[in-house]
Write a new protein. Structure first.
Length: 113
């Protein structure tokens, strides 16, 4: 499931309660925005069964990761974006703001999550 083409991403056979369709839909929208607005790339990474994140790269360097959860209204996605060597963080519902945030932090991300 490391395919860079977000259209090729498939939700693993997870239990419906794990919200895989929602997670992949949100991460797919973010990945497509990254691909169309920047020279960055991204790929999904299953952390554990039922939980996936998007890894963002500048060339071969991982510069950030992001997670998607449901907002308080239960419908809209909220993105938790972590980027750069200083592990800067942004919580947003605005994909464009998240892409801009990542694009401005291109140092190597030290993932401790």
């Amino acid at each position: 499931m490391i395919d860079a083409d977000s259209n090729a991403w498939r939700v693993p056979p997870w239990q419906p309660a794990w919200d895989g369709d929602f997670q992949f839909q949100g991460l797919r929208a973010f990945a497509d925005a990254i691909g169309s607005a920047t020279d960055l790339s991204s790929r999904p990474e299953v952390i554990e069964e039922g939980y996936v994140r998007l890894v963002v790269l500048c060339g071969v360097t991982v510069i950030g990761v992001l997670y998607v959860n449901r907002s308080e209204n239960g419908v809209s996605p909220v993105f938790a974006v972590y980027a750069g060597a200083d592990d800067d963080e942004l919580q947003t519902t605005d994909v464009a703001a998240g892409v801009e945030f990542l694009s401005g932090r291109r140092t190597s991300f030290q993932d401790s999550r």
